[in-house]
Design a protein around this ligand. Structure first.
Ligand SMILES: *Cc1c(COP(=O)(O)O)cnc(C)c1O
Length: 361
């Protein structure tokens, strides 16, 4: 097999090689059934065992808090942007949002289609190059919930702490940093993530929700009600079964790496290496965001001009690197170093950055 790319894609993103190889080994004949997991009924015991195992494993990695359920929903995190206000924003209530970046912006836009919204805190004035101070946050009256984006994938910022919202349910989009570090699920009424960054392939969003949040919302279309997924163990209709199988394999891999503490240590090492290279480049590379707000998952940086950035992308591609171009909305460069990106990729990137610097300065 030819060499694996140094994959810094923002999403879909790198998956652990061990997981891909295990999936390959089981691809055409899962557990001696003579079938791929993709070819099986989602109502059969073989698939259902995988489905339930993925849910149990996820809760166990999060410390098995009681009262929470795992739902698998299609439509990505973007569909959650709409389902959250549809299900949780009642008459006379206001949906509160922390405006931290491009994804928070997309989330509130959907809520505005459904009902009243309020920006409880915002760093828009800094072009989202910093994070809002949540100590200054002002919730509205009759707050239905507060929505937070733990990691802004495009700008490259990440909250290190989460606010105490008292009796107001805290809902968090963790699409780009779920399971990258330990966190206390008890602080949250719901967290959710599109799988394609830290959990598996695209095509499934994982929702972890406190059961008492979910009420019967019969006025909503069936597939847009959380109640449908809760009441039917996410098997009301055909689930994205292959994606869920892959998530279960990724969760096993996280367990093997020492759980959330283990992956956090790996992630800090990788991100630290790259941020060090940026900070010790005599200004050749410049980090985009405030140092305190830096994400361990998406590292955004710039060069002196766009010409040089283009050259960086071009030469990096020739050297076997993938995905280093910044998001089209902000430009610059971005290295996404999710859980599955190996340390060796970060090392190779740093060597490349040093070489590029000496060639071009
Ligand atoms: C990628 C991403 C999304 C969008 O996810 P989809 O599954 O493509 O809808 C939402 N929020 C964050 C923070 C993301 O990184």
């Amino acid at each position: 097999m030819s060499k694996r790319a140094y994959n810094f894609n923002a999403g879909p993103a790198a998956l652990p090689l061990e997981v891909l190889e295990r999936a390959q080994a089981e691809f055409v004949n899962y557990g001696n059934t003579g079938m791929s997991i993709m070819e099986m009924s989602h109502r059969g015991p073989v698939y259902e065992a995988v489905h339930n195992e993925a849910q149990e494993r996820l809760l166990s990695l999060l410390g098995s808090p009681s009262g929470y359920k795992v739902l698998f929903i299609q439509g990505g995190a973007s569909t959650q942007f709409a389902m959250i206000p549809m299900n949780f924003l009642g008459q006379g209530q206001t949906a509160n949002y922390v405006m931290s970046g491009s994804w928070a912006d997309k989330a509130i836009k959907e809520a505005k289609l459904i009902g009243e919204t309020h920006e409880a805190a915002s760093s828009k004035e800094s072009k989202y190059m910093s994070l809002p101070d949540l100590k200054d946050m002002k919730l509205s009256d009759h707050a239905a919930y507060l929505h937070l984006t733990s990691n802004e994938t495009i700008e490259g910022t990440q909250f290190k702490e989460f606010p105490d919202t008292g009796s107001v349910p805290l809902i968090c989009d963790m699409s780009s940093d779920i399971l990258s570090r330990p966190f206390d699920l008890n602080q949250f009424a719901m967290v959710y993530a599109g799988a394609q960054k830290n959990l598996g392939p695209s095509g499934v969003a994982v929702v972890i929700v406190r059961e008492d949040m979910i009420t019967d919302s019969k006025h909503l279309p069936t597939m847009l009600r959380y109640q449908t997924y809760l009441a039917n163990n996410s098997l009301y209709n055909t689930p994205p079964s292959f994606g869920i199988y892959m998530i279960n394999e990724v969760l096993k891999w996280i367990e093997e790496k020492g759980g959330l503490q283990g992956v956090q240590a790996m992630n800090r090492k990788k991100a630290g290496l790259i941020y060090d290279a940026i900070d010790h480049s005599d200004g050749f590379y410049r980090g985009c965001v405030n140092a305190e707000a830096r994400s361990d998952m998406n590292i955004t940086f710039r060069l002196a001009n766009e010409e040089l950035e283009k050259q960086f992308v071009k030469e990096s591609e020739q050297a076997g690197f993938v995905g280093l171009k910044g998001h089209r909305s902000v430009g610059g460069l971005r290295a996404s170093v999710y859980n599955a990106v190996p340390y060796e990729s970060a090392q190779a990137l740093v060597e490349f950055m040093q070489q590029f610097k000496s060639n071009h300065s």
